[in-house]
Design a protein around this ligand. Structure first.
Ligand SMILES: [Cu+2]
Length: 418
């Protein structure tokens, strides 16, 4: 979907499924009536029914829309389905220093449960906090000692870009000298994705749709679930290339797309890039530090291994969110500036999302930073991240891990303010 910044739009959401649905306008500063989260009180789109909504798309940039239904143990529901798509809000003015745009949606299909996954961890700068590691490892050991198996993870059979496995869709056809602006969305329910194009670099100009203070060229992109990256690639290395995920297994099962220069022929070539740390701060204001907030909200994330019928149960400050009791845990005051200090006492990476607001990353991997506005941030295993935001869009506001299996099993909380 393509909208214009600030120009009101009416959308008719037709639900052709047998289940009441929620369509979440991820990254937009809309009201709770529009946002698409039952926890905030958005009305459902009835099964075989329609809901007509009117809102003003903002802010500009690459946004996202997706179902916000709970999946739970049902791998046909929630974001395990294909109900995921890019939303682009054209800015009122834009520099246009590129020749054309290409939208890429990364998405896996045919999920199944496994016990014991292998999430890539080492792409983030190492910044483990010893105390968090001790807490997490002690809890895990105690659970395994009681004879508990590892909690369920989700794996996939098919990996796609724009709905096609590598080699099965149309290639991205380019000409030497072109500057192609890629808008990339990780539409996965659960996975973190990487992307590289042999012989080329990505000049990252926006994260989650928001222009970055310091565009920088990188050899690899990493995207947590629901993250978006806008990056310009100068097509200066003619050939036929595989633009794909660094994980051989995932790329081998489809996570890639062919980039073909005009006049070039042959089998698409993949070469792995050199090891590289994905560090948000390289795109931030150099030596930036944010102003002190009015209030600090401290949160510790923890995992109770296999505690809910074999599923890991996730807690924020020892509370697992319950859909039976949707009492807001945090009461904010309009206009105030808040800092959320997140501490991850688990070994998983959590892509954390705040609804209806953007936040500024103010500390990551032990480093103060400023200027990066996002709506999802990956909090590394046993790491800490601070984000700041202004309470400027009143109403119930959902905060959760965007990993479907985590959010569905407790990893959520509600803010409210009037
Ligand atoms: Cu998570």
């Amino acid at each position: 979907m393509r909208f214009k910044e600030g120009r009101p739009v009416t959308v008719e959401i037709h639900n052709d499924t047998d289940t009441p649905e929620q369509l979440h306008w991820h990254g937009q500063t809309v009201s709770t009536d529009i946002d698409g989260a039952a926890e905030e009180g958005t009305p459902y789109v009835p099964a075989h029914g329609m809901r007509r909504i009117t809102f003003t798309p903002q802010p500009a940039g690459l946004r996202f829309c997706h179902t916000h239904n709970r999946g739970g143990a049902n791998l046909y529901a929630g974001q395990y389905s294909g109900q995921v798509g890019p939303v682009y809000i054209e800015p009122k003015s834009e520099p246009g220093n590129y020749d054309r745009e290409v939208f890429l949606v990364l998405k896996e299909f045919e999920p199944s449960f496994s016990q014991g996954g292998d999430m890539a961890q080492d792409f983030l700068p190492p910044a483990e906090v010893k105390e968090l590691k001790t807490t997490g490892e002690t809890a895990m050991k105690a659970s395994l000692a009681k004879g508990m198996p590892h909690g369920y993870e989700v794996g996939y059979r098919y990996f796609t870009i724009n709905g096609r496995m590598l080699g099965h869709g149309e290639p991205v056809r380019v000409k030497a000298g072109e500057r192609v602006l890629f808008h990339i969305l990780n539409g996965s329910a659960t996975e973190i994705r990487s992307l590289a194009l042999p012989g080329h670099t990505f000049k990252v100009i926006a994260l989650d749709g928001n222009p970055v203070p310091q565009p920088a060229e990188v050899p690899v992109l990493w995207l947590g679930t629901a993250e978006r990256i806008s990056a310009i690639v100068e097509m200066n290395h003619p050939g036929v290339w595989v633009m794909g995920d660094l994980a051989d297994d995932d790329r081998g099962h489809g996570m890639g797309i062919v980039v073909e220069y005009a006049g070039q022929k042959g089998k698409p070539v993949w070469t792995p890039p050199k090891p590289f740390h994905w560090n948000y701060t390289q795109f931030a204001t150099p030596n930036g530090a944010a102003a002190e907030p009015d209030e600090v909200i401290a949160m510790t994330f923890a995992k109770q291994n296999a505690a809910d019928h074999g599923f890991n149960l996730w807690t924020i400050n020892d509370v697992a969110f319950s859909t039976a009791d949707m009492t807001p845990a945090y009461h904010l005051q309009q206009g105030k500036h808040y800092r959320i200090k997140m501490r991850n006492a688990s070994d998983d990476i959590h892509p954390i999302h705040l609804h209806r607001h953007s936040f500024e990353i103010t500390r990551v991997a032990g480093k103060l930073t400023a200027g990066l506005m996002k709506d999802v941030v990956m909090v590394g295993g046993y790491q800490e991240v601070d984000v700041d935001f202004t309470a400027d869009n009143p109403g119930l506001t959902l905060f959760h891990c965007h990993q479907q299996l985590h959010m569905d099993f407790g990893f959520m909380t509600l803010f409210d303010y009037v």
